[in-house]
Design a protein. Structure first.
Length: 76
């Protein structure tokens, strides 16, 4: 169990070719951070703006995955 946090961080901190992004960033719209990092002060985004941005990101990821699926299908 002691390695689980490290493995999870490594997984979430890798840019995947099919989605061209970090899985963590796609889900939470921020970079994953280690517990030792100092939190930066930043403005809070309004909920509506956050929801719209997340919808846009998820749509982009969906299109990237569909494109990747088509490419893989053509290779077989």
């Amino acid at each position: 169990m002691e390695w689980l946090a490290i493995v999870k961080f490594a997984f979430n901190n890798k840019v995947y070719i099919s989605i061209k992004s970090l899985p963590f960033k796609v889900n939470y719209e921020k970079e994953p951070r280690m517990d030792l990092e100092i939190r930066k002060k930043k403005k809070h985004v309004k909920t509506e703006e956050f929801v719209e941005e997340m919808k846009e990101i998820h749509e982009e990821i969906k299109m990237a995955l569909i494109k990747s699926q088509k490419k893989m299908k053509n290779l077989t």
